[in-house]
Design a protein around this ligand. Structure first.
Ligand SMILES: Cc1cc2nc3c(=O)[nH]c(=O)nc-3n(C[C@H](O)[C@H](O)[C@H](O)COP(=O)(O)OP(=O)(O)OC[C@H]3O[C@@H](n4cnc5c(N)ncnc54)[C@H](O)[C@@H]3O)c2cc1C
Length: 475
């Protein structure tokens, strides 16, 4: 049977597929298929090749138990690999607990989310909070499948974000915290420095660079001791109706049905800003405030992680490239054009000219450095900023987006040390990709120790493990 991911950009056909009921059945399947390639999937919400597998496929949705234990003033949850984040949040909430870090949606499984370094804003990625991973793999001496717990050292750091490359994750143990409220309000600003200054009072904020309007809309967010606002329910309805569905429906119609660049520009300059209610301060439960229904409409995304000191230059660069791609101008500023020429990418830029019209706010999220080997926010002292570029073009009409995503990933990795999200469109060659991670060698060593035959790899991860290149340096 064919499997398709959320974005419909990855389609694959495994030779056999199982949905095991428990750990014993996972071991039986592994023993039955010894020597063959085996991969696990979560809910296929990744756009990258991380999900592909043409051998034996395991879907662990039935391994979804949750156990919560107090740990000082915090909690530790042991969660079955296939448990979706939304179910986990519900169960934790019953015990007055929640996750430290959340992405924009809650459809992912816990194993899938940590395996690609899923993150939100103002905290570490989810991987950082993992304290143990229960893994099924093969014993090198007997060749039989067995289970082991990875809970210390580089093996744990590797398991926190492993691209499915160590073995089959059966459950994940992760630190949780007491449930808390978040206060949020929207503001608009023309200057990036104003937006960044607001991080001190609003450490959980995320912001958007609005294309064709070129101002910043910030969701100022901070923890709040006050109870849920009286109008929180109304605010949720506003979000659902105006943002989650209204804005997306508008953009989708303009992009897919009317295909009008002029109207898309008008939407960003006049219509969408008119619907944003500024300075409406609302307090709500964190697990309601920090997420949205971003899965409601099919789309595709590339997200690039930059060190903090590259953020301003990278946003300026992105803005210029979007204008070239949208046909508004034909070259970048003198400075950026020269840098592109130095990289020998001027023909790629010329090929992009007028071929892609960006039509979605560029979301910018701050991610604190992770204690992992290869999550995107790993290996630095300073915070990372993730810039996401989203397209709502239908799956058959994504050639322009592909050109744009390729150009952005290649130019920004070289100019700004930008790392593409492992779970999103990830167009760099293996050597270039791995060289962005100073600890990739350590990750490779853990993979080769736990899976010396490479049976848990797909072609993409195998190429990453084979790529030899200079270990990257954190700028
Ligand atoms: C609408 C949408 C919004 C998103 N928002 C965010 C966001 O806000 N922040 C963010 O960082 N990301 C976001 N993502 C990306 C998403 O969080 C990641 O791609 C995540 O990995 C998907 O989880 P999944 O359960 O669907 O796993 P899959 O996509 O199915 O798998 C991801 C990886 O995990 C591995 N894996 C899964 N289960 C196991 C297991 N049991 N054992 C071993 N390996 C396993 C797979 O082999 C694969 O390599 C979003 C994606 C979508 C579609």
């Amino acid at each position: 049977m064919q499997h398709k991911n959320f974005g419909r950009n990855q389609i694959f056909q495994p030779s056999a597929a199982y949905t095991p009921a428990d750990e014993r059945e996972v071991l039986q399947i592994l023993d039955r298929h010894r020597g063959q390639r085996i991969r696990a999937i979560g809910r296929l919400h990744s756009w990258s090749e991380a999900v592909l597998g043409d051998g034996v496929l395991l879907d662990l949705r039935r391994l979804n138990d949750i156990r919560l234990q107090p740990d000082g003033d915090q909690f530790v949850a042991t969660v079955g690999a296939g448990c979706q984040i939304k179910r986990l949040l519900k169960e934790l909430d019953r015990d007055g607990a929640t996750l430290h870090s959340l992405g924009l949606i809650t459809e992912q499984t816990i194993a899938g989310a940590i395996s690609t370094g899923t993150h939100g804003s103002g905290r570490h990625s989810m991987s950082h909070y993992v304290v143990g991973v229960r893994l099924a793999r093969y014993d090198a001496s007997t060749g039989r499948a067995f289970i082991e717990e990875l809970n210390a050292g580089e093996q744990l750091q590797a398991a926190r974000c492993s691209l499915g490359s160590l073995g089959i994750i059966l459950s994940v143990k992760l630190r949780c915290r007491a449930q808390y409220n978040v206060q949020e309000h929207f503001t608009e600003s023309r200057r990036l420095s104003d937006v960044l200054d607001a991080e001190t009072p609003f450490p959980l904020q995320q912001f958007y660079l609005i294309p064709w309007h070129w101002s910043y809309f910030s969701q100022h967010r901070r923890e709040d001791d006050r109870p849920r606002s009286r109008l929180a329910k109304l605010y949720r309805l506003y979000w659902l109706g105006v943002m989650d569905y209204g804005m997306h429906f508008l953009l989708l119609s303009l992009k897919r049905v009317l295909r009008s660049r002029r109207l898309i520009r008008l939407a960003f300059r006049r219509i969408i800003p008119a619907f944003l209610i500024r300075n409406w301060k609302v307090t709500d439960r964190s697990s309601s405030m920090l997420v949205m229904k971003h899965e409601a409409f099919r789309h595709i995304e590339i997200e690039l992680f930059l060190p903090r000191d590259q953020l301003e230059a990278a946003l300026g660069f992105a803005q210029e490239v979007i204008k070239v791609a949208g046909g508004r101008v034909s070259t970048l500023s003198v400075y950026n054009q020269r840098r592109i020429e130095e990289l020998g990418m001027q023909d790629d830029l010329a090929g992009l000219h007028d071929h892609y019209f960006h039509h979605y706010p560029i979301c910018v999220r701050r991610v604190l450095p992770d204690d992992t080997l290869i999550s995107m926010a790993s290996g630095a002292e300073d915070d990372w900023y993730a810039l996401s570029f989203i397209s709502y073009a239908g799956p058959a009409r994504r050639a322009g987006f592909s050109l744009f995503a390729n150009f952005m990933a290649r130019s920004m990795s070289r100019l700004f040390h930008a790392r593409p999200h492992w779970g999103k469109v990830c167009p760099l060659e293996a050597k270039e990709l791995t060289s962005l991670y100073p600890k990739f060698d350590a990750f490779r060593t853990v993979c080769n120790t736990l899976d010396p035959q490479g049976v848990f790899q797909n072609d993409w991860t195998a190429a990453l493990l084979e790529a030899e290149g200079p270990a990257g340096e954190i700028p």
